[in-house]
Design a protein around this ligand. Structure first.
Ligand code: KIV
Ligand code: NA
Length: 268
C-alpha cells in the first residue's frame, strides 16, 4: 500500500512515530522502502552530500528532478517528499510550475522553507500537498545554528507554524530547534511534525542518510552513525586494488572460456 498524508496524520493521532530519511538514488530508496521507512525526502541536501556543492543554494530544479526520478523507481510504499530548491519559488506562478514538475516526476508532496504565505496559499489552492519547513532554513542561513532558543524567537516560530497550518500545509518539518519548542509546536498543531535535530517529541524523525551510514565524514550531535561506510568502503576498494595488482583478481571463477573445438581453429 502506498503511504499518503492521511497515513501520516493517523500515525500522529495514534502516537506512532513517523520514520523518515533522505535518499538520492535508486538502490538506497529500494532498501528504505523495503525496511518500511514512511517518508523518503529527496532534499536539497543532495547538493552538499552527493553532488559536492559548497551550499544548498547551488541546487537546481534539474538536480532535484534527476534524483527524484531515481528514488521514485526504487519506491513502492514510501511517501516521497521533494524539496523546492533555492530560488525556485520566488513568485506564486514559478512555485506552482516547479511544484507541478516535482509531482510529475514522482513526488507526493513538496517542501519549501519559511512562512511564505502567498506562495503556500497559491500551491494549496491548486491542490498541491505542501510540507512547511521552519527552524533552521539552510537555503538562506549558511550558519548551522540552533533556532528559537529565546522566547521571542520561539514565539515567532510557533506563530509561523500556526499560520502555515491555517493555510493548509499537511506536514511540518522542524530543523534544529530546542526539544522543548519541538514539543510545544507538535502539541499546538494538528498536522504531523517531523524533526531533524529538534528533540524527541516531534511526531516523526528524519535524518540525512549519509549521516546514519557514515558516508559523509562528520560528527553531528543530532545524528547517530549506525554504519561506518567510509571505513568499510575504503577497505573494499583497497582490497580490490591490491588483488588486481597482485593478479589475484580476476580468478578462474570470474572469467569466461572458449570451448576446445573453437580454440583449435587458431592452432591449425
Ligand atoms: O534537504 C533535506 O534533506 C532536508 C531534510 C533533511 C529536512 O530538508
Ligand atoms: Na532541504
Amino acid at each position: 500500500m502506498k503511504k499518503d498524508s492521511a497515513y501520516l496524520l493517523a500515525k500522529k493521532q495514534n502516537h506512532q512515530k513517523i520514520v523518515a530519511l533522505t535518499a538520492y538514488d535508486y538502490p538506497t530508496a529500494l532498501l528504505q522502502d523495503r525496511a518500511g521507512v514512511d517518508v523518503i525526502f529527496v532534499g536539497d541536501s543532495v547538493g552538499t552530500n552527493i553532488l559536492g556543492y559548497d551550499s544548498e543554494q547551488e541546487v537546481t530544479m534539474d538536480d532535484i528532478v534527476h534524483h527524484l526520478k531515481a528514488v521514485r523507481r526504487g519506491t513502492s510504499q514510501a511517501y516521497i517528499l521533494a524539496d523546492l530548491p533555492y530560488a525556485s519559488y520566488e513568485t506564486p506562478k514559478q512555485a506552482l510550475e516547479n511544484a507541478r514538475k516535482l509531482l510529475a516526476n514522482g513526488a507526493d508532496i513538496i517542501k519549501l522553507e519559511g512562512v511564505r504565505e502567498e506562495i503556500v496559499k497559491h500551491l494549496i489552492k491548486h491542490d498541491i500537498n505542501v510540507c512547511g519547513h521552519l527552524g533552521l532554513l539552510p537555503q538562506t542561513q549558511q550558519q548551522k545554528k540552533v533556532q528559537g532558543k529565546s522566547f521571542e524567537q520561539a514565539k515567532e516560530l510557533i506563530e509561523g507554524a500556526l499560520t502555515l497550518e491555517r493555510i493548509g500545509i499537511s506536514v511540518l518539518l522542524l530543523e534544529l530547534i530546542p526539544e522543548e519548542l519541538g514539543q510545544i509546536i507538535t502539541e499546538k498543531v494538528s498536522i504531523p511534525t517531523i524533526g531533524i535535530g529538534s528533540g524527541r517529541f516531534t511526531d516523526g524523525q528524519v535524518l540525512i542518510v549519509n549521516d546514519i551510514l557514515g558516508i559523509t565524514p562528520r560528527k553531528l550531535k543530532l545524528a547517530t552513525k549506525y554504519q561506518d561506510y567510509q571505513t568499510l568502503t575504503l577497505q573494499a576498494i583497497e582490497q580490490y586494488k591490491q588483488e588486481v595488482e597482485q593478479k589475484i583478481f580476476p580468478s578462474d571463477e570470474n572469467v569466461q572460456h572458449m570451448v576446445q573445438e573453437e580454440l583449435q581453429n587458431f592452432i591449425q
